[in-house]
Design a protein around this ligand. Structure first.
Ligand code: SR1
Ligand code: MG
Length: 396
């Protein structure tokens, strides 16, 4: 992997992307290359370049503004550095679960990485009804390893604080602070929802118990620099197949609460479950159960083998950390479900439900579930309790 600083930033075109990979020698000489811009996310350009044998490379380039909002929302290009650095840190302990990086350029805000087009974005596959049998296991292992080995439990205090500095990510954290933790809980213009949900949204805005609990969870996001989190681990940030899982797009990475990524992963599986008939929901709840069990197993194994913390062997300390992570995860999951339903950025799992009346009912159920998870997180102690809470939220 090589790292460069060009003299000036400019957004790439498809032909400029081809010229770049040719100049870098990322394909064999005389390759016949074709390129398509395939970015369908909110923030970046993504170029898929393939040769005559269909071997490919991805070039991802950060834009200086949020594509989903428009040029009026400027965003630092530094997130390209954050993303490639996070992928490299994650690869140190969980290389099977992240794309390989071939090249980065901080000024052009570019990362060249492994083409994963033999896999499918998990959200799209789950919407089609695919099961991805190893998804929960793989995400549990990825999180158990990356969240432990980048925490104070595995690092010396100076090294950890260097990483906190390296992964200081104010612009992307601000997006989360606003669009995840704040705006959906007030009558703000950035929110977006069907008129039929207005009463439900108003109920949320007027629910002072819910708002107090959201405030506490936001405070955790703002202040608890426990470990290097992915920061946006929804099912659109995961490529999967029957046998492989790769976590992409860690541009929101920063030092945050251990439960944050777990909560977002759980939430996105629960929203997919809500979109399905009851008979097809269990597979999502099973993924949640497996992800947590494998996370707990990996984190505990690493704690026992590799903890540098003097108190690591004190009875009850590991359980305290895991219980806190689980409770936080449930709360973060609830907030993610609410913001994906009435906030700025939605998920196709809910938005694509047909007919329209069923979509509205599913979204009402999502809002009820989200509120319940935030408010009752202290009494939801296990993934079985979470599954029960899910099942007990009726379709209205
Ligand atoms: C303004 S960006 C909206 C959302 O897209 C990203 O994937 C994050 O989830 C962010 O909250
Ligand atoms: Mg993303």
């Amino acid at each position: 992997m090589s790292n460069y600083r060009s003299s000036a930033y400019e957004p790439l075109t498809e032909s400029a992307a081809v010229a770049l990979v040719t100049r870098l020698g990322l394909f064999e000489e005389k390759s016949v290359l074709s390129c398509r811009e395939i970015g369908d996310g909110n923030l970046n350009l993504v170029f898929h370049i393939v040769n005559q044998n269909q071997n490919g490379i991805i070039i991802k380039q950060a834009l200086p503004y949020a594509k989903v909002i428009g040029e009026s929302w400027p965003l630092t290009l530094d997130r390209a550095r954050i993303e490639s650095s996070a992928l490299l840190k994650q690869a140190e302990v969980a290389s099977a679960y992240v794309p390989k990086i071939y090249y980065t350029d901080e000024t052009l805000a570019i990362t060249a990485m492994e083409d994963l087009s033999h896999l499918q974005i998990a959200r799209a596959g789950l919407i089609e009804g695919r099961e991805f049998p190893l998804l929960g296991r793989h995400i549990g292992e990825f999180l158990g390893k990356t969240l432990f080995y980048n925490s104070d439990f595995a690092l010396n205090p100076q090294a950890k604080k260097q990483l906190v500095k390296q992964f200081s990510n104010p612009d992307l954290c601000k997006i989360t602070e606003d669009f995840v933790f704040t705006d959906p809980f007030f009558d703000y213009d950035s929110n977006s929802f069907e008129e039929e949900l207005r009463q439900d949204a108003e109920n949320i805005w007027n629910d002072s118990h819910l708002k107090l609990e959201v405030a506490k969870l936001k405070h955790k996001f703002l202040t608890e620099a426990e470990t290097l989190v992915h920061g946006d681990l929804h099912t659109g940030s995961i490529f999967a197949s029957e046998t492989e899982t790769k976590v992409i797009d860690p541009e929101f990475a920063y030092y945050g609460p251990i439960g944050f990524d777990l909560g977002h992963f759980f939430a996105n599986l629960l929203m997919n479950a809500i979109s399905r008939d009851e008979a097809n929901q269990q597979v999502l709840l099973d993924h949640i159960e497996t992800a947590w069990a494998v996370f707990e197993e990996e984190f505990s194994k690493a704690w026992k083998n590799d903890s540098l913390e003097a108190f690591a062997k004190v009875d009850g300390y590991l359980s305290f950390i895991l219980e806190k992570a689980f409770e936080d995860a449930i709360g973060f999951a609830g907030i993610e479900i609410i913001r994906r339903t009435i906030g700025l950025a939605h998920v196709a799992d809910l938005d694509s439900i047909e007919p329209y009346e069923r979509k509205i009912e599913a979204k009402q159920r999502a809002l009820d579930l989200g509120s319940k998870l935030v408010k009752n997180r202290q009494s939801i102690k296990t993934t079985a309790d979470l599954a029960e809470s899910f099942k007990q939220v009726p379709v209205r």
